[in-house]
Write a protein that binds this ligand. Structure first.
Ligand SMILES: Cc1cc2nc3c(=O)[nH]c(=O)nc-3n(C[C@H](O)[C@H](O)[C@H](O)COP(=O)(O)OP(=O)(O)OC[C@H]3O[C@@H](n4cnc5c(N)ncnc54)[C@H](O)[C@@H]3O)c2cc1C
Ligand code: SF4
Length: 466
C-alpha cells in the first residue's frame, strides 16, 4: 500500500493511505492460491467469499469482484480501510504461514474505489416487498448491515439516528485522514439505494419510545446504538480545563468540523504539548488529530508495552512516522492544573509487567518510580461504555456488565421482537464484528417475522488470529 509523505500529511486531514495501483492489485490477486478450503473466509466475521472476489480481480473484472463482496458486505470501501485484517482474513491466509499473506483488505478497497471512477456496480437482487416494517435504531455499521440485509429480503426498513449525520463511529469517531467522509457517504447512499430510509436527529428512548415504535406497526426492532459514553480513569484533575474525553474531542473535529472554526460553529482547544492516554485505535486517532490541529509535541501514554497495544499495527506505524512519541509502561496518576484550573502537567507511575490477567495480556504494576510530563492538554482514550438513554427505557430488558444488552448468538434479546448487536452488546469492538452481529440478527429477525424456528443457516463465529 502506498502512503503519503509523513512530513506533508501530518499538517492536513487528507487521506494518508493511497491504496493500490491497478498493476499492484492484479499482481497481488495473482498471488492468491485459490485454496480449496480457504481459511481466509473463516477469519471474516461477515464470511465474504474472498477467493471468488480475488478471482474477479485477477481477470480485471473489478465491478464483478465488488458485486461478489457486496453479496456479503455492503461497506467494502470502509472495511478495506479500517478493518484489522491482520487479525482476521489476512491473519488466516495460508500464504502467511511461510511468507506474506495476500493483502485482502487492500484488494477490497481497490475494487470499491474503482467503482467511484467508473460508475456504480449492479445492485444486488432485492426481493419484492413483503409488507413487514422493521425499525433499526442507530446507523453505525451494525444498524446499516441489518438494514441492508433485510431490505434485500423485501422488508420496509426505517433507521433512526440520534445525530445529524448517519454512520455512527465511522462518521463521528474515525478521522477523515483514515476514512474520508465522501467514502462513508457513498456507501450509505448504496444502502439507501436498496430502499432503506434513514431518519436523523431522532433519539429513540426520548423522541419516541420503543413501545411507540411497536404501536406504529414495526414487527421487530434492532438496537445498534453502540457504546458512545466515555470511561473515566478516576484520577485527580480529570475535570480540569483542557482535559478532553476522546469521543468528545474527535466528535468536535470529525462531525462538527472544529478544525475549520470559525467557518464552522464548534471550536476545539488547540494545544502545544498533548498527552493522549490509551493504546487503542481511539488513542491513535486522537493523537494524530491533535498533531494536525497544530500541537508541537504529542505523547501516547500507555501502561503496558507496544506488544500489548490493541491498536492496529498500521496505525501505530503511521503515528510513529508522523512524530508521535510513545511512552510505554506509563500510567497517569494525576493531572496537575495551574492556579486558573488549566492543565499544566501529567504525573505518571512507571510500570512493570507481571503475569497475564483474564484478558491474556500481562498485567501492569507500579515499579515505585514516577515522572512528570509537562503538557497543556490531556485526552482520555481509555475506552467507551454504553449510553443508558435507550437501554434503560425498555422494561425488563436483560443487561450485563456496564449496561450492555444481553443477546444470544443471533442477536435475540430476552424481549420478543427486540434484537440487538454491535458495541451495545459486546462493549467497544470493531466495525466488522458489529457488521457480523448485524448479519446474524437480520437472519434471526427474518425467522422471527416469518414464524420460522431458526431455519436460516447459522453463521459460525469467525476464527480470528490473536
Ligand atoms: C475513534 C475510534 C476509532 C476506531 N477505529 C476503528 C478501526 O480502525 N477499525 C475498527 O474495526 N473499529 C474501529 N473502532 C471501533 C468501531 O468503530 C466500533 O466498534 C463500531 O463502529 C461499532 O458499531 P455499532 O454499529 O455497534 O455502533 P456505532 O458505530 O457506535 O453507531 C451507533 C449509532 O447509534 C446512534 N445512537 C445512539 N443512541 C441512539 C438512540 N437512542 N437513538 C438513535 N440513535 C442512537 C449513535 O449516534 C451512533 O450513530 C473505532 C472506534 C472509535 C471510537
Ligand atoms: S487463504 Fe490466502 S491464498 Fe488461500 S484463498 Fe484465501 S487469500 Fe487466497
Amino acid at each position: 500500500m502506498r502512503f503519503r509523505d509523513p512530513e506533508k500529511r501530518k499538517n492536513d486531514f487528507k487521506e494518508v493511505s493511497l491504496g493500490l495501483t491497478e498493476a499492484q492489485a492484479v499482481k497481488e490477486a495473482n498471488r492468491c492460491l485459490q485454496c480449496k478450503k480457504p481459511h481466509c473466509i473463516a477469519g471474516c466475521p461477515v464470511e465474504v467469499d474472498i477467493p471468488k472476489f480475488i478471482a474477479f480481480v485477477k481477470e480485471k473484472d473489478y465491478l464483478g469482484g465488488l458485486k461478489k463482496i457486496r453479496e456479503f458486505n455492503m461497506l467494502p470501501a470502509i472495511c478495506g480501510r479500517v478493518c484489522p485484517q491482520e487479525r482476521q482474513c489476512q491473519g488466516n491466509c495460508l500464504l502467511g504461514k511461510k511468507k506474506t499473506p495476500v493483502s485482502i483488505g487492500a484488494l477490497e478497497r481497490f475494487v470499491a474505489d474503482h467503482e467511484a471512477t467508473v460508475g456504480q456496480a449492479e445492485l444486488p437482487e432485492i426481493l419484492p416487498p413483503n409488507g413487514n416494517k422493521v425499525a433499526v435504531v442507530g446507523s453505525g455499521p451494525a444498524g446499516l448491515t441489518v438494514a441492508a440485509d433485510l431490505a434485500k429480503l423485501g422488508y420496509d426498513i426505517t433507521v433512526y439516528e440520534a445525530l445529524h449525520e448517519p454512520g455512527g463511529v465511522l462518521t463521528y469517531g474515525i478521522p477523515e485522514f483514515r476514512l474520508p467522509k465522501k467514502i462513508i457517504q457513498r456507501e450509505i447512499e448504496f444502502v439507501k439505494g436498496l430502499g432503506v430510509k434513514i431518519i436523523l436527529n431522532w433519539v429513540v428512548g426520548r423522541t419516541q419510545t420503543i413501545n411507540e415504535l411497536l404501536e406504529d406497526g414495526f414487527k421487530a426492532i434492532f438496537i445498534g446504538v453502540g457504546a458512545g459514553s466515555p470511561k473515566y480513569l478516576g484520577i485527580p484533575g480529570e475535570n480540569l480545563n483542557n482535559v478532553y474525553f476522546a469521543s468528545e474531542f474527535l466528535t468536535r473535529v470529525n462531525l462538527m468540523k472544529a478544525h475549520k472554526f470559525p467557518a464552522y460553529d464548534t471550536p476545539v482547544k488547540k494545544a502545544k504539548n498533548v498527552a493522549v492516554i490509551g493504546g487503542g485505535n481511539v488513542a491513535m486517532d486522537s493523537a494524530r488529530t491533535a498533531l494536525r490541529l497544530g500541537a508541537e509535541k504529542v505523547y501516547i501514554v500507555y501502561r503496558r508495552t507496544e506488544h500489548e497495544m490493541p491498536s492496529r499495527h498500521e496505525e501505530v506505524e503511521n503515528a510513529k512516522e508522523e512524530g508521535i512519541e510513545f511512552l510505554f509502561l506509563s500510567n497517569p496518576k494525576e493531572i496537575i492544573g495551574d492556579d486558573r484550573g488549566w492543565v499544566k502537567a501529567l504525573r505518571c507511575d512507571k510500570m512493570v509487567l507481571c503475569e497475564p490477567d483474564e484478558s491474556g495480556r500481562r498485567k501492569p504494576a507500579c515499579s515505585g518510580e514516577e515522572f512528570t510530563l509537562e503538557v497543556d492538554q490531556a485526552i482520555m482514550a481509555i475506552g467507551q461504555t454504553s449510553n443508558p438513554i435507550l437501554v434503560r427505557s425498555i422494561d425488563g430488558l436483560t443487561l450485563w456488565g456496564e449496561g450492555y444488552i444481553k443477546v444470544d448468538h443471533d442477536g435475540r434479546t430476552n424481549v420478543p421482537g427486540i434484537f440487538a448487536g454491535g458495541d451495545i452488546t459486546t462493549g467497544a469492538a470493531t466495525v466488522i464484528s458489529a457488521m457480523g452481529a448485524g448479519k446474524r440478527a437480520a437472519r434471526a429477525i427474518d425467522d422471527f417475522i416469518m414464524g420460522r424456528k431458526e431455519t436460516s443457516p447459522k453463521t459460525p463465529e469467525p476464527v480470528l488470529t490473536s
